[in-house]
Design a protein around this ligand. Sequence first.
Ligand code: ADP
Ligand code: MG
Length: 470
Amino acid sequence: MMETTESAVPIKELPPKEQWRAILGELELQLPRPTFETWLKPTEGLRSDDRNFVVEVPTPFYVEWLERRIYQTIQRTVERLMGAPLEVSFQVRPDALAPAPTGPEDDAWLQGLQVAPIPHAPQSTRYNFKTFVVGPSNSLAYNASRAVVDSMGMAYNPLFIYSGVGLGKTHLLNAIADACFWKGYTVIYLTCEQFTNEFIGAIRNGTTEDFRDRYRQAHALLIDDVQFLGGKDQTQEAFFHIFNELHGSRRQIVLTSDRPPKSLGLLEDRLRSRFEGGLTVDIQIPDLETRMAILDFKARDLEIFMDDRLLEMIAKRVQHNVRELEGVLTRLVAYVKWQNPGVLGAGVTREVAARVLDDLAATSPRDQVDPQRIIQEVARHFRVTLPELLGKGRTKKVALARQVAMYLLHTDLEMAMSATDVGRLLGGRDHSTVIHGAGKISAEINEDSRLRQDVLTIKEAIFSVPNPAT
Ligand code: ADP
Ligand code: MG
């Protein structure tokens, strides 16, 4: 996070470069992260006087985008921080005015594939409603999100969206932010982590009033991944107050989380019941048709063509979430571009796809999961001890945990241990018990969203890499 300027020196007396940094610090709080990263981070304060504030940007395209999309927000923030009605303008960095090298897009992109991650396409234009493929698994969340933008603060407030990883929560939240901008609303968009950091900073600097003021000025407050609020008393308290104030004045609030409000482990009951007071929707794992539609959409976007059989083949193999699906596509594209340098709109052959999928399966973390880890995560999730899980007890909670473990080990994960092995691992149970238990969960998981969520959360824990923020 960008540092805000020491309050001891009035911002007006700083050099323009530093003034702009302070302004960026404020803008970062108000804008969707991808917007900020893409469009504001590469800018610099050039000069300011008592009428003007000039900002240097990398290319002419920036001028157009900033003026069209977020000029109001910038202007307001500059005026507020500088304490004067300044006119903000943008100036293109001189070296950028030289003619652009030919064929920049395709080349840069190809190089990007070979040596480094694909350069950041402006995600703000990617994460919007138009690029969100709607199907039965997500139509509830999609429609609710649209309704929120259409009648800010009046339709569903708060809107609470939850799902497992990689199913489109952040995408939808960005889409809401994006649509709000077009309508001229002031939006604060941030992750729960950013919110917490801000708040802690405000306490440290004795500026909690400013902190709250800033939120009071927003039409909408969008917070991603609120599960990280759990367990932080003071932050919850601050959030509760801000929530109440905004909610009371009919400002729109949208929250996302990896689990439903009930399972958030919030210390504050009243906070949870506030969350539940609006509309809560979940996003489920997309069905085969939707996975195919998403794949098709993203492939076209990358100018890669695949026929239905190929789409189906991939979508059948990659079932867990959309991010995974994108991962496969990225690899495929890299492969195809590498095989056909310079060819636009290359097709993917079945052989190439099969090969990429096999590579993927071979390196998939799924194969390397330690069964003990799965058992531990299940026990932790259901709050039962290992001896209970492996023992003879049959209370509802313990029995459910045991069956979920059977399901994960025997059915769901690609490691697919034999029922006999699973039985042995789970306290010496008979293989028919395992088949029965795993089958029961398989049957119920599609009907019971709570159970589905339990399984998703456990899988996330199992596959989570050290950095849980993404
Ligand atoms: P989450 O926040 O739930 O973990 P994201 O919103 O980050 O998931 O989604 C992961 C990736 O999948 C993103 O690149 C997003 O654009 C894409 N994605 C998810 N759902 C859809 C959808 N329905 N249509 C198009 N892209 C999607
Ligand atoms: Mg997310």
